[in-house]
Design a protein around this ligand. Structure first.
Ligand code: ATP
Length: 324
C-alpha cells in the first residue's frame, strides 16, 4: 500500500497527503479559450470504492475524466492517479487505468473478438472478458451492427483488457434501457468485488443510490458536495409525508403544523400538503394530531424518503443562488 502514498504540492503551495486515495485531485483548473470549465475542483477516490460523479450537462465531468485518463492537461492544480502525478507521465498508458468514454468508437468492420484481440492479442482472456460482459454469443459479429448497449459492454471489456486497478467510466449506463442499465450496474458491483476502484459519471441518480460508496456533485466546474452515500442517507435523506386533504388546508392550521418541532418544511399545493420531518414517528403523530384537532379531513397520507434527486436539485439550486 505504501506505493500509493505520495506527498505533492497544490498550486496554493500546501503539502498534500494523498494517503490511500486512488485518485487525489486538489484545486484543478481548466479553461477552453477563456471559458472556465473547471474552477478549482478537489476530489478524492479511495482504493476499492465506487465513486458516483454527478452533475448537470456541461458541469465539467468529462473534462475532469479526460484529465484523469491522461488525455488532456489541466491549466493548474494537482492530480494524482494511483500515486502518479499526471503532469509527469509521458503517455496515457503509463497510468495503468481503464477508460470507457461516453461513446466508445470501434472499427465497424471488426468483430467483437477481433476488437479486443487488436488491443491485447489472441489470448484466453479475450474470451473470458466477452463472456463476462455477456457478449459471447455475438463474439464473431461485426461491431458495426451492434446496439448502443452492446457497444457499451464491449467498451467495458476493452477498458479491462490490461486488468487495471482503476476504471474511469463516463456515463456507462445513461443511454441504456432499464435492463441494460441493471446489467452494467451489476458488472460495476462485480468489479468492486474484484477489488477494483471505479469512478463513474451519470445523470441517473437512482443508479448512484444503487451502487455508489461515495458521491461527488459538480456544478459549473466546482465541487459542491462530496460525501459517503451512507452519510448522505443519514444526514440529508429525511422522511416526507404527502397528505391529501378533502379541501385546502386553512392558513392558520398550516402555520400551526409548520411550528411543530418535528416539521422541517411544509409545502402546500391545492389540497395537498408535503411535510419533510426529522423523524417519521414524531412527525406523523404531530401532523395527524394537529389536523384532527383542527377537524381537517384527510383523504390519504403517504410516507416517502427524500431521495438523492431532491438533494441534488437543492444543492445545485443553492449553489446557483449563492454569490460567486
Ligand atoms: P455532459 O454531461 O453534457 O457530457 P459534462 O459535465 O461532461 O457535460 P464537459 O463536457 O466537461 O461537461 O464540459 C464542461 C464545459 O466545458 C462545457 O461548458 C463545455 O461546453 C466546455 N467544453 C468542454 N470541452 C470543450 C472543448 N474541447 N472546447 C471548448 N469548450 C469545451
Amino acid at each position: 500500500m505504501s506505493d500509493l502514498k505520495q506527498t505533492g504540492k497544490t498550486n496554493l503551495g500546501d503539502p498534500v497527503e494523498s494517503g490511500v486515495n486512488m485518485i487525489h485531485i486538489e484545486q484543478l483548473y481548466k479553461s477552453y479559450r477563456g471559458f472556465p470549465a473547471l474552477r478549482g475542483i478537489s476530489l478524492q477516490v479511495k482504493k476499492g470504492e465506487i465513486y458516483g460523479f454527478i452533475g448537470q450537462n456541461g458541469a465539467g465531468k468529462t473534462t475532469t475524466m479526460n484529465i484523469l485518463a491522461g488525455l488532456s492537461r489541466p491549466d493548474a492544480g494537482l492530480c494524482l492517479v494511483n500515486g502518479r502525478d499526471i503532469r509527469r507521465i509521458r503517455h496515457p498508458g503509463d497510468l495503468h487505468l481503464g477508460y470507457l468514454p461516453e461513446e466508445p468508437h470501434f472499427y465497424p468492420w471488426l468483430s467483437a473478438r477481433e476488437t479486443l484481440e487488436n488491443l491485447i492479442g489472441p489470448i484466453q482472456r479475450v474470451d473470458e472478458l466477452l463472456h463476462w460482459v455477456g457478449l459471447s454469443p455475438a463474439a464473431s459479429r461485426r461491431v458495426g451492427g451492434f446496439s448502443r448497449g452492446m457497444r457499451q459492454r464491449l467498451g467495458l471489456a476493452a477498458a479491462l483488457v490490461h486488468n487495471p486497478e482503476l476504471l474511469i467510466l463516463d456515463e456507462p449506463s445513461s443511454a441504456l434501457d432499464p435492463e441494460g442499465r441493471s446489467d452494467v450496474l451489476r458488472l460495476i458491483r462485480e468489479l468492486r468485488q474484484m477489488g477494483k476502484t471505479i469512478l463513474f459519471s451519470t445523470h441517473i441518480l437512482s443508479d448512484v443510490e444503487r451502487v455508489c460508496d461515495t458521491v461527488g456533485i459538480i456544478a459549473s466546474g466546482e465541487m459542491i458536495l462530496q460525501q459517503p452515500m451512507a452519510t448522505i442517507s443519514q444526514k440529508y435523506i429525511k422522511p416526507v409525508f404527502d397528505i391529501e386533504l378533502i379541501a385546502p388546508c386553512p392558513p392558520d392550521v398550516c402555520r400551526q403544523l409548520q411550528a411543530g418541532v418535528p416539521v422541517l418544511a411544509l409545502e402546500q399545493h391545492h389540497n395537498r400538503l408535503t411535510a419533510t420531518v426529522n423523524d417519521a414517528q414524531d412527525g406523523s403523530i404531530w401532523l395527524m394530531s394537529q389536523l384532527a384537532e383542527a377537524r381537517v379531513a384527510i383523504l390519504s397520507i403517504t410516507r416517502r424518503g427524500h431521495n438523492l434527486e431532491d438533494i441534488f436539485i437543492e444543492e445545485v439550486n443553492g449553489h446557483e443562488k449563492s454569490p460567486a
